[in-house]
Ligand binder design. Structure first.
Ligand SMILES: [Zn+2]
Length: 238
């Protein structure tokens, strides 16, 4: 399978929360997209891995992704070990994505920053011919970092105003996380996740405003952007 765009993240729902609108927008443009969850999210306080698998499948449908799977790394133990990197490299060779979205490399949750390193190194190793895994050597052309969870200045913002409602539905597909039954919510003390959905919605609004639209998702790339026509540059300065 040749994907145009693959988003890699630590837990099911990370992609929906950080770049779900962009994934949907690219699918609507006709690109073949996919999501690789490194873990099944089995350390989540609420719900079971089985529930989250069902929720992830529902969310994937809403975002019109062509492919979604879990790498099988244990939740809370994401790190760039040789074994994890080889497994990821095999998936990259199988899917041959042109562009890959990774989480930003600094984060509060260790799984998130390790997912960034593991993702980068897996993509790099996939291109080494002598690697002891099956498949033809392949390396993605472009790596983008989703900065939604990180407090850094992004390189660019994708306008997701038309995708925002559907992104919201995809996030809420993870009902066990964001719309827990009352007894489950009451039995727990403060959980960061109770504010996460709202925070991510506010962030989408914030980044939208920064580029003069309603909602947006921020990304960073290490390379400079190449521009051919400076007269057609978007986003008003004054
Ligand atoms: Zn996460």
């Amino acid at each position: 399978m040749n994907l145009d765009l693959l988003a890699i993240a630590a837990h099911p729902d990370d992609v929906e929360l950080t770049c779900g609108g962009t994934m949907l927008k690219m699918a609507q443009l006709g690109y073949k997209t996919g999501i690789l969850d490194l873990t099944a999210g089995e350390m989540g306080t609420r719900g079971t891995p089985k529930t989250r698998e069902r929720e992830a499948a529902k969310a994937a449908k809403l975002l019109k992704v062509s492919w979604r799977d879990t790498l099988g790394v244990p939740d809370s133990d994401v790190h760039p070990s040789r074994d994890h990197k080889l497994r990821l490299a095999a998936v990259i060779r199988q899917l041959r994505p042109k562009t890959v979205i990774l989480p930003y490399w600094e984060a509060r949750h260790p799984d998130h920053y390790h997912a960034s390193t593991l993702g980068y190194e897996g993509c790099f190793l996939a291109g080494l011919k002598q690697l002891p895994i099956v498949g033809e050597a392949y390396r993605p052309f472009k790596i983008l970092y989703s900065t939604s969870y990180a407090n850094v200045r992004p390189t660019f913002v994708v306008d997701i105003s038309d995708q925002y409602e559907q992104r919201r539905k995809a996030i809420l597909a993870f009902a066990s996380q964001f719309r827990p039954k009352n007894n489950e919510r009451a039995s727990k003390v403060h959980l960061a996740i109770d504010h996460l959905e709202e925070e991510m919605n506010q962030l989408a609004r914030h980044y939208g405003q920064m580029i003069g639209v309603q909602y947006g998702e921020p990304f960073l790339q290490k390379e400079l952007m190449k521009v051919d026509d400076v007269v057609k540059l978007e986003v008003r300065s004054i």
